[in-house]
Ligand binder design. Sequence first.
Ligand code: NAD
Ligand code: MG
Ligand code: MG
Ligand code: MG
Ligand code: MG
Length: 345
Amino acid sequence: MSDDEFTQPVYHEEDTNPDYIADKTVAVLGYGSQGHAHAQNLHESGVDVVVGLREDSASRAAAKEDGLRVATPVEAAAEADVVSVLVPDTVQPAVYAAIEDELEAGNTLQFAHGFNIHYGQIEPKDGIDVTMVAPKSPGHIVRRTYESGEGTPGLVAVYQDETGEAKEEALAYASAIGCARAGVIQTSFKEETETDLFGEQAVLCGGVTSLVKQGYEVLVDAGYSPEMAYFEVLNELKLIVDLMYEGGLGEMWDSVSDTAEFGGLTRGDVVVDEGARENMEEVLEQVQNGEFAQEWITENQANRPRFNQLHERERNHEIEEVGERLRELFEWAEEETEDEQERAE
Ligand code: NAD
Ligand code: MG
Ligand code: MG
Ligand code: MG
Ligand code: MG
């Protein structure tokens, strides 16, 4: 499929103009997963970067060690033309309230996820541009692929375009952090937010962990050993996902045995059946109508009672104990992953 067969425009290096960011100062608020990657990539692309962190932030030392200028979020925003908001989504409204007065006409407020804008938790002032550049991978991959010259795909969206140059500037930013090397897909704050929440709830984080836990419980309840259950429903998942990542469903089906392919094709829809699909549609509806967002906002206001309880329960599932013991048998694999992560950071 060539680019003009995509349903959305996809931008590459040649569609971006570095002049839109070259002479600007970018304030990167936060130095976590995305923040450290954006700040360092922008800096190495020749853009003037100032990292905005609280006086008592543990990340200050890291940002300085990486050769970056550090200021408070308010100071950084005051100085900047573009303010990239890369603190956790739940603290963004408070951070925005603190820096709002520093945003001058024609400045840009930029996000990597649309939650707060889309659900009205941040109502950006008039007279500024509001954009999104969202790499479709964790920060350490954004950083690693920038260094290796590859880049990760990203999304671009414009919510408010005061200057008439919001999209050009966002594309220049996307290029400076390496995303345009792989391709930048046009979207909207609404679409990015709703698909991101649905994906992580129904499939990536929620759906997959429920499949794993219930598959494990069914096997163990039927008398099979926890070790066997762990390997079959959790450990081997990585091999399957790696194949799908590389070559889609087809490469995965081609790589497993014909028995696995026939069994999977005939039994998959029995497990994740019409009822599960209806449940997925309900999950999507709660994302679309703001019910989920409101629940999460209220949960945070109440200091996360339900979150903490569920978090604890998940950590105490039997599969976690079994897994911890079994993973000691192949510590080399973990060390390799840690090495990889360290090299990336
Ligand atoms: P993170 O939790 O990794 O980092 C948060 C950073 O913000 C830390 O440096 C922390 O010190 C700082 N911080 C925390 N509270 C602060 C405060 N009150 N004031 C100032 N700084 C504060 O965050 P992240 O995962 O990089 O997420 C940042 C944004 O990127 C979010 O909008 C998220 O949805 C989006 N995003 C994340 C990923 C990802 O893979 N992590 C991918 C795409 C988009
Ligand atoms: Mg400013
Ligand atoms: Mg998400
Ligand atoms: Mg996502
Ligand atoms: Mg098997």
